[in-house]
Design a protein around this ligand. Sequence first.
Ligand SMILES: *C/C=C(C)/C=C/C=C(C)/C=C/C1=C(C)CCCC1(C)C
Length: 238
Amino acid sequence: MVNMLLASGLQSGDLVGFTFFLGSVAMLAATVFFFVERSSVSDEWKLSMTVSGLITLIAAVHYYYMRDVWVSSYMSPTEFRYIDWILTVPLMCVEFYLLTKTGLSKMITASVVMLVAGYFGEASVFSVFGGSSPAVWGLISGLAYFYIVNEVYQGDVAKAAKKAGKKIENANGLLLKFVVIGWGIYPLGYLIGTADGQWYSFMAGLVDTDARDLIYNVGDAINKIGFGLVVWSAAKDS
Ligand SMILES: *C/C=C(C)/C=C/C=C(C)/C=C/C1=C(C)CCCC1(C)C
């Protein structure tokens, strides 16, 4: 056990490192599941299943590298994190499009704005607003996030889902829950991770700043695998 942990670079007691390791394994297992199950759903659902598998496959690869960064530096692998998200979150928007056949470009645009702003805030590329830039970028990111929530809750995506029949409407409603609750936990990780020296620095006092990666890792597992499972169960149902 100890040798195995060392081989993966993990030290005992490194909870965050362990969740990076577990993340890559879980994402890989989910990928196999989605690709295998693809053959047992009807034709019109196959593309959705492929996209689900791609989302977890992309994440599995990034988690493998993120674990490496973490165990060798104990720093947040921010670049790998955002490269992963900028690939996988738009693919999650594609899932909505495959269900509802609408809103693809505005959903993807909003998701890119949300993530690029978040990256600027975390990597402090621009300190244009003095020390408070993570809060400003976080706000911009949050507005784009609310735009997505609104689209799925009552915007064009919601309307098209309703028109497409009970099953699609149900699937859209379940995915909405992931977007509201599951995606809603990321801003917490962001606030904790960027709190140092900010007016919200009390956030960093609540928990260890390591909590940022713990929150992101748990969020990713819930959302990426959960999204795929919602699509899979909708596909099985029809
Ligand atoms: C698989 C990865 C997923 C579903 C990632 C989702 C990420 C978010 C919803 C991030 C949102 C953020 C905000 C709403 C404000 C603060 C900055 C972010 C990027 C953490």
